[in-house]
Design a binder for this molecule. Structure first.
Ligand code: DGL
Length: 290
């Protein structure tokens, strides 16, 4: 009875999940690949399905209703693919809240870490900058969580709407990208921050450039690894962590596979991945595979 209790508890709908089921990883585009690489490193036996909605990116300048509609399409697809857990590898999605993201599905949702545990290890002045999409900043979610844990910190959020389209369109090293980075880092410098959180999963593509622009006295933090650890912990707790066998990764985009894969090659080993384009509106969420 104790054992069946354990199994019955490992998912929300009362269905029994098993270790071999895949983990879904979602983002509005290629940003979530910066999280996928940490998930792969930390959980080499898992099966991942990465889904980047490159057709509808960026999400960060859309309304909440619009973002929820697009996220529901992705989670319906991944529910049909029978995932055991979902990593929202996107801050703009994470700030919707776990219940909204889950939308009645039975898998656990793991959102991006917001920084309240990482920041105290590095800040000396307690002046923190958050770089994120306009939507993420408008919710104040990161600032609220950080200040709830550390009321003495001053947190400055900066919406950076120019960055995601430039990354998605591979504008690395261009004058426009340099100018956009300068625009946002100048604001953070004017607040004299000593720590910057990359609270959009696209921005680690630009970590070196952001570090160079902020200067050596500032620490730039990417929460991807902490988020991957949160996912592993959650799977362990539910006895769903895969500990044997060779892991696999499937990469799905909603448009332009070639561009997506060029960007993906900067983050993950593509020789070990399968990749294809999926059309999200055709899925029937009532049908599950596997
Ligand atoms: N990668 C995303 C995030 O972490 C969102 C980018 C966007 O679509 O605007 O917020």
């Amino acid at each position: 009875p104790a054992l069946s209790g354990l199994f019955l508890c490992n998912c929300r709908g009362g269905n029994i999940m098993n270790k071999q089921q895949p983990i879904g990883v979602i983002d509005s585009g290629v940003g979530g690949l910066t999280v996928l690489r940490r998930l792969q490193e930390l959980m080499p036996h898992e099966h991942f399905i990465f889904l980047g909605d490159t057709l509808n990116t960026p999400y960060g300048n859309r309304s909440r209703e619009d973002i929820i509609r697009l996220v529901n399409q992705m989670t319906d697809y991944l529910s049909y693919r029978n995932i055991k857990a979902l990593v929202a590898a996107c801050n703009t999605i994470t700030v919707l809240g776990e219940e909204t993201i889950r939308n009645g599905h039975d898998f656990e949702v793991i959102g991006m870490a917001k920084g309240s545990k990482m920041i105290p290890r590095v800040t000396k002045t307690g002046r923190i900058g958050i770089m994120a999409t306009d939507f993420t900043i408008s919710t104040g979610a990161h600032k609220k969580e950080i200040q709830a844990a550390h009321p003495e910190y001053q947190v400055f959020g900066v919406g950076c709407p120019r960055l995601v389209p430039l990354i998605e369109h591979e504008q690395f090293g261009t004058a426009e990208l340099k100018d956009a980075i300068k625009e946002y880092t100048d604001i953070l410098k004017s607040h004299d921050v000593d720590t910057v959180m990359l609270s959009c999963t696209h921005y680690p593509f630009l970590k070196k450039e952001i570090e160079a622009a902020m200067g050596p006295a500032v620490t730039v933090l990417d929460p991807a690894e902490v988020t991957a650890k949160k996912c592993r912990y959650d799977l362990c707790e539910r006895d769903l962590l895969c500990k044997t066998g060779t892991g696999t990764t499937e990469i799905c985009f909603t448009t332009d596979l070639e561009r997506g894969l060029r960007l993906a090659s900067l983050m993950v080993d593509l020789s070990a991945c399968r990749a294809h384009v999926v059309g999200l509106e055709r899925q029937d969420p009532a049908q599950k595979v596997g």
